[in-house]
Design a protein around this ligand. Structure first.
Ligand code: CP
Ligand code: NVA
Length: 308
């Protein structure tokens, strides 16, 4: 923990396997305390600012509830209401907020904005989703897989759908944990090649498969993951993407190629009838609500490690 104190959480690339395993272990312990009703307040008096330039249900509520449960306070800062939204420089915002707060979580469009905020802040900055990455989600996802399967290394995770922020963070998280990762999307919508190259460099003895064939990607998967076809900021492409991704729906036909005991995961919000059918997301293999719950526990572990 001492080594993580004061560190930013901008991308999983900046964390070693050991650091991620430490956070997962801590998340599982914090969850157990929470379930037993044990009061655990190592962040008494600490204040986390939460800057949102995009909508959120899970991220906002789990961070706000989480910091409160840890003894601190969260401040919701809509970019519409703070001067950042009127053009105040990110660097000035970072310096000013650093003098009031103990940590900043930011959800925005450009990863470079989050990096600029972190470079100019003297307090930990947490990436709550950008167009490129969603690392907090993957902490909760890894916790969920560990809880359900009792292990991570050696499992195969298949991500079917848009090569977006989720695909990128999941691929890096899987590579770090020694999981096989495969993904399928239409040509032109596969993950960013430079991020694939980075994940391949991390992966030791595990396979990373990038294909346009959903059956090949899902073959013998232990975990099936999908996300919306049009992310926040891509609303105008919705109709076009629905056509392009039609063959990439996670449905009863496709999942029969996975392992019989596959887990179904989705970061939510989901669109039933688009990227996944209702029978799958609401079926016996789905762990989507456990996954959403784990956002709370995983981020509490993260806040304690960085802000404690
Ligand atoms: N999965 C996730 O980040 O959800 P929200 O957009 O509701 O925060
Ligand atoms: N890819 C989605 C994830 C939402 C949690 C988006 O960026 O909108």
């Amino acid at each position: 923990q001492a080594q993580l104190a004061g560190k930013d959480f901008l991308t999983l690339l900046d964390y070693s396997k050991e650091e991620l395993l430490y956070l997962l272990k801590s998340a599982i312990e914090i969850k157990a305390k929470h379930k037993q009703g044990i009061v655990y307040q190592p962040l008494k008096g600490k204040v986390l600012g939460l800057i949102f330039e995009k909508s959120s249900t899970r991220t906002r509520v789990s961070f706000e509830a989480g910091i409160y449960q840890l003894g601190g306070t969260g401040l919701f800062l809509s970019s519409k209401d703070i001067q950042l939204g009127r053009g105040e420089p990110i660097s000035d915002t970072a310096k000013v907020l650093s003098s009031y707060l103990d940590g900043i979580m930011i959800r925005t469009f450009a990863q470079s904005d989050v990096e600029e905020l972190a470079e100019n802040a003297t307090i930990p900055v947490i990436n709550g989703l950008t167009d490129l990455y969603h690392p907090c989600q993957v902490l909760a996802d890894l916790q969920t897989i560990e809880e359900a399967k009792g292990k991570l290394a050696g499992l195969k995770i298949a991500y079917i759908g848009d090569g977006n922020n989720m695909a990128h963070s999941l691929m890096i998280g899987a590579a770090k944990m020694g999981m096989h990762f495969s993904t399928a999307a239409p040509a032109g919508y596969l993950p960013d090649e430079s991020i694939v190259a980075k994940a391949k460099k991390i992966a030791e003895g595990t396979e990373i498969t990038i294909t346009t064939d959903p059956v090949k990607a899902i073959k013998d998967a232990d975990v099936i993951y999908t996300d919306v076809w049009a992310s926040m900021g891509q609303e105008s492409e919705q109709k076009e993407r629905e056509k392009l991704f039609a063959n990439y729906q996670v449905n009863a036909n496709l999942v029969q190629h996975a392992k019989a005991d596959y887990l179904f995961m989705h970061c939510l919000p989901a669109h039933r009838g688009e990227e996944v059918t209702a029978d799958i997301i609401d079926g016996d293999h789905s762990v989507v609500f456990q996954e959403a719950e784990n956002r709370l526990h995983a981020q509490k572990a993260l806040m304690v490690a960085l802000m404690g």
